[in-house]
Design a protein around this ligand. Structure first.
Ligand code: ZN
Length: 126
């Protein structure tokens, strides 16, 4: 892993802000009526590592962006998840190589500072 992932630096030293991954995760999971592609983005932001990869277990994303009725979580159907991911890609929120097991956020928009080493078995990255 290169030094570049240890610190945040956008093109031309442009301004940047930070966000709470815990709060973004909560948003991803609780906004029943929000557009699903936005919740997919939030899900990716909440989980992204220093490489911009956000991994999810089998069916985890479908549950995270599912509906909550009376305290019960109902997972989205796989086709609904696919449509949401496709829309998020179309809008440039996530990279084309994203899928339900790993959402990929672009380095020119999303960066995370950490010295931790990360892998992505979904995209076969070490
Ligand atoms: Zn990945």
């Amino acid at each position: 892993m290169s030094e570049r992932y240890n610190r945040i630096q956008f093109a031309n030293n442009g301004p940047w802000a930070a966000f709470s991954q815990n709060e973004i995760y909560r948003w991803a999971g609780e906004l029943n009526k929000e557009a699903l592609h936005i919740r997919v983005l939030f899900a990716g932001m909440s989980r992204m590592n220093s490489l911009g990869h956000a991994q999810f277990g089998m069916g985890e994303l479908a549950r995270l962006i599912g509906t909550v009725t009376g305290g019960e979580v109902k997972a989205r159907r796989p086709d609904s998840v696919s449509v949401a991911i496709k829309e998020a890609k179309k809008r440039g929120f996530i990279a084309p190589e994203s899928n339900a097991r790993c959402l990929v956020l672009r380095h020119h928009v999303f960066q995370k500072s950490t010295k931790a080493r990360w892998r992505c078995p979904v995209h076969d990255l070490d």
